[in-house]
Design a protein around this ligand. Sequence first.
Ligand code: 13P
Length: 234
Amino acid sequence: MKFVIGNWKMNGSRALLREMIQKMRDIKSENRAVLCVPFTMLDEKNDVVALGAQDVSTHERGAYTGEISASMLAEVGAKYVIVGHSERRMYHDETNDIVRDKATRALENGITPIICVGETMDEKRAGKTFDIITAAVRESVPSDVKDTIIIAYEPRWAIGAGITPTTAEIAEAHRVIADTLAYMGLDGTPILYGASVNSGNVGEITAIEHVDGVLVGGASLKPDEFVSIIHSAK
Ligand code: 13P
């Protein structure tokens, strides 16, 4: 079983979500599909695909205008939430500490956090990839985790760029993350790859050791393409 998780970012519509759900009805695959949609679509009830959010507040409740708490996500049925996506880290200055608090709130409310880590092109060029992702895993994962968490390795320079790291680069990054998780007593935690995944490259990517699935951006907005990715993840 591989995870195939779509991240719609600030795209899509309820009409597209309904079309996607229709297309996904006939899927014959043991892979687990999830769609992380905008907050406003999370209440779309269906028996085909689990829905998740793309962010959550660090706070439980209170005077935080515009924020959404983990208990509110749980109330509308969200099963997953992406935390620390590179776009949140980049545009909203989210640090590993903030990401850890968000993941903690999710776990407290029975929601599986999908914790994103990844290096920038500058960090890659400076040879810091493994330091960055090791620190991000150690600092962004809550202590004393008892329920499932998911880690997503998303090299920031490859997101939306139509380019992917080499198979060897993905394998090395995932091995480093797996070793870090094992050191933390969290071996077996699923590790997903994300950035420029499509139906053409998903088979090769998911065949790499320690790649337990994919986090898909742009290609998850095209129903036929997303269904094909779910079928092709091996
Ligand atoms: P793309 O698949 O569009 O590169 O986006 C990846 C991503 O950010 C998923 O979270």
